[in-house]
Design a protein around this ligand. Structure first.
Ligand SMILES: [Zn+2]
Length: 347
């Protein structure tokens, strides 16, 4: 969020984009809420693993454990949703979003959807976004219109608030830095993942931001004035942490209090297990608007073993003449130019 705030201050175009997207979301999300059940959308993912130690070069199994969590949480299949307090159960939404590791890289070659890059950096800086640039010890993004980029680094530090579990870029920002960064200690459910952030919910939360969700407390640091622009999440003072007991009331939001079990709060992984219908409408709206291009991605179409030849169907006469002339000296040559036989090289 600090990174988001800095960008709002430093980049007027980003600020304008955010306002445009917010207006679009407010209008469209109301329609999306009333619409019939939408079809499932699949988002191609590339995971960029940066490693300065052997342990940070996390296993493919750990990467897949993270994708599995996302496929539960974003399809309302997570078994722990049964722990949602009764008054909030009716609000649980189903985003109907699947995540799948890419099988085709930006060049059209086969991939397992994971890049691995050694680095000399012991930690990455969220302010500099160095993890997202090969030249800065990170790894360049794959095109954001076709891939959700997830970067995993050993340690990620914000220059203001210190160590981070992760951070995300909202829709409307620069292409080169678009995606989600997660510390290896909060990624997936095994390997380097450490309790209480070893149930993959950091990625669920950050991808919520990538799909334009705001923090559930409205980012006003306890003011009770800020909003996440979603109608079915209670007004809440500030972030919750750990594992609060229900009900936990702030901002006179009784009787049920904060929805601290929402993915967009800061509670422990084991204590968050729901998006609301209003949040789902916002995310689906984002996939119809600022992130719509990802629906047409070819990243999940298996790469052909032999690439299709793409030759020009009709060579320009001038260049053909030059080519043949160079080969044949000043002799006259008759060639087929795609439409008819022509004489070239007669100079
Ligand atoms: Zn957040």
């Amino acid at each position: 969020m600090e990174q988001h705030t800095r960008m709002l201050e430093a980049e007027p175009v980003y600020r304008a984009n955010r306002l445009t997207i917010e207006r679009f979301s407010l209008e469209r999300a109301r329609v999306a809420l009333r619409a019939a059940a939408p079809r499932t959308i699949t988002i191609p993912v590339v995971v960029h693993v940066l490693h300065s130690t052997a342990a940070e070069n996390i296993s493919e199994e750990q990467v897949r454990s993270q994708i599995a969590v996302l496929n539960q949480d974003f399809q309302r299949k997570n078994p722990d949703r049964s722990q949602t307090p009764a008054p909030f159960r009716g609000a649980i939404g189903n985003p109907k979003v699947r995540f799948q590791l890419a099988v085709r890289d930006p060049n059209g070659s086969p991939t397992n959807g994971i890049t691995r890059t050694p680095t000399t950096k012991p930690q990455f800086d969220s302010g500099a976004n160095d993890i997202k640039f090969t030249a800065q010890g990170g790894r360049d993004a794959w095109p954001r219109d076709r891939y959700l980029n997830l970067w995993v680094g050993g340690t990620v530090v914000d220059p203001v608030v210190g160590a981070l579990l992760g951070y995300a870029q909202f829709p409307g920002g620069p292409a080169a830095t678009d995606g989600v960064v997660i510390a290896a200690t909060g990624f997936g459910t095994l390997g380097t993942a450490q309790a209480p952030f070893n149930k993959g919910r950091t990625a669920t939360h950050e991808i919520g931001h990538w799909l334009n969700l705001l923090h559930i407390w409205g980012d006003d640091n306890g003011g009770c004035q800020g909003s996440d622009n979603v109608a079915d999440t209670p007004n809440q003072a500030g972030p919750n942490s750990g594992c609060p007991s229900f009900p936990h009331r702030t901002c006179q939001n009784g009787p049920h209090g904060d929805m601290f079990m929402n993915y967009m709060d800061y509670t422990d992984d084991a204590c968050m297990f729901m998006f609301t219908k209003g949040q789902v409408a916002r995310m689906r709206t984002t996939l119809q608007g600022p992130r719509a291009t990802i629906l047409a991605s070819d990243a999940l179409a298996p790469a052909a073993r032999v690439a299709r030849l793409a030759l020009p169907t009709r060579a320009p006469k001038a260049s053909l003449a030059t080519l043949v002339g160079a080969e044949a000296g000043s002799q006259v040559t008759t060639v087929f130019d795609g439409a008819g036989w022509v004489q070239v090289g007669a100079r």
